[in-house]
Design a binder for this molecule. Structure first.
Ligand code: GLY
Length: 371
C-alpha cells in the first residue's frame, strides 16, 4: 500500500498529513528532516504506551534520535490543568528547547493537551501529531486546535497551534476497541454529510467493511483529512466555513454534558446522534427532503453506532434542560444559538436563526421515543 500525503496549506506554517501503514515504525525517519538536533520528547497515555510506545522509541533510536516519554493517565479527565501542568513541567525538565519537537502520541486528549503544552512552552515549540484513534486521525490531529477542559466546560482554554507534521498510521487502528472505532466513525461520516455527497455514497457501500480492510480505511481517513485540510486552509480560525465541522456538535455537546462526559456517551457517538438530529431538524424546517434524515439514520444503524437519543443508556434531562445546555455551548454568538443545518446530504450551512421551539419539539419527541 502506498502512502497518502495531504497538504494543509497555511503559508509558512503549511504541513503534511501522511497517511498509511507502518508509520509508527518509520516515525524516526519521517521526523529526522524536521529536527535541528536529534532529540524529541513524547507525550502519550497509559493505554497507548503498552501497545505501541516501544516501537515508536525503537524507530527514533534507529535514527540516533534521543527520545524520552511521559505516559499520562488515559481518558478525558487527563485533559485539565493538573495533567497539563505536569506535562509542561516535565517537558521543561527534559530540557526541551525552542528548536526541539514535542511528539503527541495518542488520541484527541493527548493531541490537544500536548499541542497546547507545545504552544505555550518557551512561548511556542514545534510539535508532531501521531494520532492513534480514528477520531484523532480524521479530526483533532489536523487543524491546530489545541487546549484543555476547565470546570466551566470543554476546550475553553487553548490556542491555535499548527503541528509540523501529522503521521496517521492506519495499522494502529486495528488495536482500537470496536466501540472506539465506531465512535470515531461519527466524525468520518460527518465529512460526507457536510460537504461531499459522493463520499457519503461511498461510505454507505464501503464503511461496513472498513474496520477489517485497511485500504478502505486508508481511503476513508484520506478523504476525511482532505476535506478538513481544505476547510482549515481556507478558514484557520473559524471565522466562517470551519464552523461546518461542528455539524452535529451543538446537540452532541449538550448530550455530553447531560451524561457527565462519561462512558454512557463517547464524543463520536454524540456526533453521530447530533448529525441525525441536525438532519431531522433540517427536514422539519423544510430545508431538505425526508429522504436525507432517513438515509443518515439507516446508514448509522447499519454501522452499529448510536443513532438516536434512545441509544443512550440511563436517564436524560427534559428537552428544556437540553436546550439550555446547548445555550452554554462556547459557539454561541451574541446569545444566538448557531446550528449547522443541511439542504441535503453533502450540503450543510451555518444557520443562526433556528427557532428554539422547533429544536425543543424535536428533542421532546426524541425523548418520548426512548420511553
Ligand atoms: N473539530 C473541529 C475543528 O477542528 O474545527
Amino acid at each position: 500500500m502506498t502512502l497518502d500525503v495531504v497538504p494543509v496549506d497555511l503559508g509558512a506554517r503549511s504541513y503534511e498529513v501522511r497517511i498509511g501503514p507502518g508509520l509508527i515504525d518509520s516515525a524516526g525517519a519521517q521526523l529526522l528532516p524536521f529536527l535541528r538536533r536529534r532529540k524529541v520528547a513524547v507525550v502519550t497515555d497509559s493505554s497507548v504506551a503498552p501497545l505501541h510506545l516501544e516501537r515508536l522509541l525503537a524507530s527514533f533510536a534507529a535514527k540516533g534520535i534521543e527520545a524520552t516519554a511521559l505516559a499520562l493517565p488515559a481518558g478525558e479527565a487527563t485533559k485539565g490543568w493538573p495533567e497539563f501542568a505536569r506535562a509542561t513541567e516535565w517537558l521543561l525538565e527534559q530540557k526541551i528547547e525552542r528548536r526541539d519537537i514535542v511528539v503527541a502520541f495518542g488520541g484527541g486528549v493527548i493531541g490537544d493537551l500536548a499541542g497546547f503544552a507545545a504552544a505555550v512552552l518557551r512561548r511556542g515549540v514545534r510539535f508532531v501529531q501521531i494520532p492513534t484513534t480514528l477520531l484523532s486521525q480524521v479530526d483533532s490531529s489536523v487543524g491546530g486546535k489545541t487546549g484543555i477542559n476547565t470546570a466551566q466546560g470543554k476546550n475553553l482554554v487553548g490556542a491555535f497551534h499548527q503541528p509540523t507534521l501529522v503521521l496517521a498510521d492506519i495499522d494502529v487502528l486495528e488495536t482500537l476497541p470496536a466501540r472506539d472505532f465506531l465512535a470515531g466513525y461519527g466524525e468520518v461520516v460527518k465529512y460526507g454529510l457536510l460537504g461531499d455527497a459522493a463520499f457519503f455514497d461511498w461510505l454507505e457501500v464501503n464503511a461496513p467493511n472498513m474496520a477489517q480492510d485497511r485500504s478502505l480505511r486508508q481511503y476513508a481517513v484520506r478523504r476525511s483529512v482532505e476535506m478538513k485540510a481544505g476547510i482549515v486552509s481556507r478558514d484557520e480560525t473559524e471565522e466562517g466555513e470551519r464552523a461546518l465541522l461542528n455539524l452535529g456538535h451543538t446537540f452532541c455537546h449538550a448530550l455530553e454534558k447531560a451524561t457527565g462526559y462519561s462512558e454512557r456517551l463517547l464524543h463520536g457517538e454524540g456526533v453521530a446522534i447530533g448529525c441525525t438530529l441536525a438532519f431531522e431538524l433540517s427536514q422539519r424546517l423544510g430545508l431538505c427532503s425526508q429522504e436525507a434524515p432517513s438515509r443518515v439514520r439507516a446508514h448509522l444503524r447499519a454501522m452499529g453506532t448510536k443513532v438516536d437519543l434512545k441509544d443512550i443508556p440511563g436517564d436524560l434531562p427534559d428537552a428544556q434542560t437540553l436546550l439550555a445546555l446547548m445555550g452554554q455551548d462556547k459557539k454561541v454568538v451574541d446569545g444566538q444559538l448557531r446550528f449547522i443545518l443541511a439542504r441535503g446530504i453533502g450540503d450543510a450551512f451555518v444557520a443562526s436563526d433556528v427557532p428554539g421551539d422547533a429544536v425543543k419539539t424535536l428533542l421532546s419527541e426524541a425523548l418520548v421515543a426512548r420511553s
